[in-house]
Write a protein that binds this ligand. Sequence first.
Ligand SMILES: [Zn+2]
Length: 305
Amino acid sequence: MKTAYGICLSVVLAASAVLASFAQSVQNQPAHSAWSVQLDQIRRVAGMIPGRRALRVNVLKFAESRRSKKFSVQGAPDEPSVQARTVFQVVYADGTLMIDSGMDEQVHRFFGRGVIEPYYSDAAKQVERALRNARAIIITHEHGDHVGGVIRTPFLAELAPKTLLTRAQVEALETNPQMPEIRITPDMASRYNVVDYEKYLPFGPGLALIKAPGHTPGSQMVYVALESGREYLFIADTAWHMDGVRLIKGKDAPWIQEEGAALLAQLKWLNELYRTEKNLFIVASHDDEEHKELITRGVLGDGLE
Ligand SMILES: [Zn+2]
């Protein structure tokens, strides 16, 4: 008969064998495979939380930056391009989730760097209303145009407890914020729901977060599968324009600092999905042309509910 100790010991031995083989496999991996995820794993993780899946996804543009396309995609021509500042709303039968939180006009002005660019106050009001009505707010990454709306808001007491921030996002916001306006203190950080996870995090029926540091240390992607079976992958700023995914080209923007190798691995993976997964829609936060096309095709709803 096996004693409790015997069982324990065999579990420990098995675990250390797994660890040893894991360490071995990590050692054997070439450096470029540091970031790797798999769609079938993501689909499984998204299925971990029982319940009715979302019905639809909406987009709203509340501001624009006008920049040459050459900054968004390496090698692109020096031609005008609209960078849409957006939020997304995932609609379930019994409530909504927000992906990103927008920003106030002062943070928007930071991005204009002296040039006044469009800020749609009515749309910004809609963002605020949708944030207040949402059951939860997911932040793709810690840049001002995505996280500003849950930091610089008169409704902080209401929004912070239902906002999910990752540990990496909080660290960046505390120690190395994109702009002074969005810096948070540890005391303020404790008001949010702060999580950490290794690779994937199930967050709702059909919904999973995917850790994807690269554009920023706290970047993550959001996978959503609707009740209808249609799938979305919100890639935030992994690419500013979908040409970055189509051509596997990074940005050419000297004012941002990205993790180049991770970014390239992400773009390669996204390019493969783009070519092979016809029911999965990869959505880049700032690609105005893509959003217009997906709205026309009925893939994204135009405006928030
Ligand atoms: Zn952005």
